[in-house]
Design a protein around this ligand. Structure first.
Ligand code: ADP
Ligand code: MG
Length: 727
């Protein structure tokens, strides 16, 4: 039995009360495998004594004696009369301290003078004495020997009542209705009931080579380690296992694409073979390039050469095109589409927002229709009549290039001969969608484009089966964007600066973290936060009267949004007040000012994207990062990264380092990398080891037929990892 095969409902766990089923379900835990797979988010080391005198080193963990108690009157005394707070005086034999029991008057009956307790809590000096108001305790035997009890008593020996002291305790993510103690005892019961018979998922040779734990031992030790070394080994085992299977899947995907499972559709191979001069421009490509008012950059040319070569090869292309904001990826994707069209096939370009899809469509119409290419536009919002017409043309092959949102790949959309799919701003989509998209054509070529560069460390993981082209040069004549940090209390200076730019005919963006006042992101009451709606009003009335200004955000209807963007692009509207809807892709070369207020609330990659909305023409452009007056040290650090770096890759790596991969804009929501315990950045060394191992195994035994690899084949078959992450 593999862990993932423990699909029995949690209701089978001994001692699980029916009332707990719902709170567990709220955390996505329905069965035993899901429960055991839930890694503690942290561990509390209560295996060692930390006396009161060491309170500054972390949480105190020691044996104390209660000396006496008293009742304090703090603040107002209510009608109920019980507005008194219990204060308990303790010492650990050498240091005195007190416990302030806010709202816990009942502790009077539990913390008895003269008795001894194990105590765990954080202490600090207040009013001249060592105090804690956040602590846990358990009664201890009266004997003096108690403290020298051997640390890390194995869980099995401690009998029924599980003590929370002298051990390393797991800390779990919780939902309403669950407590740490409940989760701990539930985990203990579940491990006792189910862990022992679990099969290893890693090949024995690797377990032996690296001295890893068996699956059952690893799980037991991950939740209830005897000591820190054991915990580290359990983590190492679980992290390696997870990354190993990630790379096995990535490696298999690469094999499938290039391997024996067959090449492109035969018709396409024939068409490709008949072309003279492999990798050269096709006629349509040449005609577009001739019509352009500028030359392709070196980066665009080499990316296009890669793409042309891929499209001529018998294997489907799977290429990731990375290029910083403004490097001209759209044009490259149009040129790729032209190659497909030259072969008599269809191409589809998918963008993450209607706004962007529409902008691409306009560009495509402007650049490609004169070449005789039929361009279509499809989003979820296209009205039925037009939609049916469009779907008919697509199915009949009367449309060569269709642009749109993910609606392009909904069930009722049928293509005639789809052979190229381009995904713009791919980080906005989950990998899940990749399969659905490719299923629309017969062994389609796939081009993914990303401006929020996937940090190199992550690129190795999910995209490890793709080829990568990088456009590292910018179109000539671009002046680097000047970035400035400004305190919110200095906003007037920023506004004055923007006014001067507007006077010279330029345009500006103002970006805010919220759409409307009082919106809450679930963390803090956001009273002091500026929102786009109120600021649009204020900017229009007080700051830039007589300047045409519009508000744009995700709650505005698509038609209206489009109208606004058109007018902004045409220069009718001078100021666009927005949320991060302008984050991706929007291209208005005359806009030279990007003002981001509450910049500290945006991720670095988002800031980089936003900044990339300006500096797209030949004018000097400016980005103002306006931050709140009470910015934390951390926040300052992050904004400094923006000031000092222009390279999206560097910024993405910094973002990853400062916030962890789950936080990278878009990655978590899109689910492109749902790992459990592993973190590809922190565990980069383990990742590359796992990758080397996985690829070596696949290279020598692609079908996993050898007996030593049988376990891998069984895991993939019986308990496929990552299947719910869409990998
Ligand atoms: P991104 O890579 O961020 O998607 P875009 O494709 O939106 O960038 O291109 C940014 C701008 O640069 C567009 O206005 C585009 O017309 C222009 N552009 C693209 N290629 C070149 C080039 N080789 N020379 C000059 N301008 C170019
Ligand atoms: Mg783009």
């Amino acid at each position: 039995m593999f862990l993932k095969e423990l699909t029995v409902s949690v209701s089978n766990i001994k001692g699980l009360g029916p009332a707990k089923i719902k709170p567990l379900a709220n955390m996505g835990i329905y069965n035993v495998a899901q429960l055991l797979g839930r890694c503690p988010r942290d561990w509390e080391d209560r295996s060692r004594i930390v006396p009161l005198r060491d309170f500054e080193k972390g949480k105190v963990c020691t044996l104390v004696t209660v000396r006496h108690c008293e009742w304090l009157r703090l603040g107002k005394v209510g009608k109920m009369g019980k507005a008194e707070t219990l204060k308990v005086y303790i010492d650990d034999g050498e240091t005195k301290a007190s416990l302030v029991c806010f709202n816990r008057p009942f502790l009077e009956k539990q913390l008895l003078p003269g008795c001894r307790y194990y105590l765990y809590g954080s202490f600090s000096y207040k009013y001249g004495e060592l105090q804690s108001s956040s602590f846990e305790f358990e009664s201890a035997p009266a004997s003096q020997a108690a403290l020298s009890r051997p640390a890390a008593k194995p869980a099995a020996e401690s009998g029924g009542a599980e003590k929370n002291f002298f051990r390393i305790l797991p800390i779990y993510p919780l939902s309403a209705g669950l407590t740490q103690n409940y989760m701990r005892s539930l985990m203990r019961n579940t491990l006792r009931q189910y862990a022992a018979p679990l099969e290893n998922e890693l090949p024995d040779s690797i377990i032996k080579r690296d001295g890893l734990l068996s699956k059952a031992d690893a799980l037991n030790a991950l939740h209830f380690p005897n000591d820190i070394e054991q915990l580290e080994l359990a983590k190492k085992t679980c992290i390696y296992e997870e990354l190993f299977y990630l790379e096995i899947i990535v490696g298999k995907r690469a094999l499938e694409r290039k391997g024996a499972s067959g090449g492109k559709a035969p018709a396409k191979v024939a068409a490709a073979a008949s072309r003279v001069g492999e990798g050269n421009f096709t006629p349509l490509q040449r005609r577009l390039i001739e019509r352009l008012p500028f030359k392709l950059t070196a980066g665009q040319e080499s990316a296009l050469a890669d793409i042309n070569r891929d499209m001529d090869s018998p294997y489907p292309m799977a290429r990731l095109l990375q290029g910083d904001v403004g490097s001209g990826k759209t044009l490259v994707s149009f040129l790729a589409a032209l190659k497909a069209i030259d072969y008599g096939a269809q191409a589809a370009i998918m963008a993450p927002t209607e706004l962007l899809a529409h902008q691409h469509t306009e560009n495509a119409a402007r650049l490609l229709e004169p070449l005789g290419v039929h361009v279509g536009f499809l989003t979820g919002n296209i009205k039925t009549a037009g939609r049916n017409q469009l779907l008919k043309s697509l199915a009949a092959g009367n449309i060569d290039l269709v642009l749109g949102t993910h609606a392009l790949f909904s069930k009722n959309v049928v293509y005639n001969k789809l052979s190229l799919v381009v995904i713009d701003e791919q980080h906005r989509f989950g990998v899940t969608q990749r399969q659905a998209i490719l299923a629309k054509g017969e062994r389609c070529d796939l081009l993914m484009m990303s401006a929020t560069p996937i940090p190199r460390t992550l690129a190795l993981t999910v995209f490890g089966d793709m080829d990568v082209s990088v456009i590292s040069s910018m179109p000539p004549g671009r002046k680097p964007i000047e970035t400035h940090l400004a305190r919110q209390s200095n906003e007037k200076k920023v506004y004055d600066f923007v006014r001067r730019e507007l006077a010279q005919g330029r345009q500006a963006y103002f970006v805010y973290p919220l759409i409307e006042a009082g919106e809450n992101d679930g963390e803090l009451p956001l009273r002091s936060l500026k929102d786009a709606e109120s600021m649009a009003e204020r900017l229009a009335k007080e700051v830039f009267p007589d300047t045409p200004l519009a508000l744009i955000h995700s709650k505005i209807a698509e038609d209206k949004k489009r109208q606004i963007m058109e007018s902004f692009r045409a220069g009718g509207i001078k100021i666009l007040v927005a949320t991060s809807v302008v984050e991706v892709g929007v291209d208005v070369p005359n806009a030279t000012c990007m003002v981001i207020e509450h910049a500290e609330r945006f991720g670095l990659s988002a800031l980089h994207q936003l900044r990339g909305r300006v500096g797209r023409g030949s004018f000097q452009s400016f980005c103002f990062l306006v931050y709140s007056d009470e910015l934390t040290e951390d926040g300052k650090q992050r904004l400094k990264v923006m000031l000092e770096n222009r390279d999206g890759f560097v910024i993405a790596e910094e973002d990853l380092r400062l916030r962890g991969p789950g936080q990278i804009v878009g990655t978590e929501q899109s689910g492109y990398l749902k790992l459990g315990i592993a973190d590809p950045v922190r565990d980069a060394a383990c990742l590359s080891r796992a990758r080397t191992d996985a690829f070596a195994i696949l290279a020598s035994d692609p079908a996993l037929n050898l007996s030593e690899n049988a376990v891998i084949a069984s895991v993939l078959k019986r308990a496929p990892p990552f299947s719910d992450a869409g990998l």
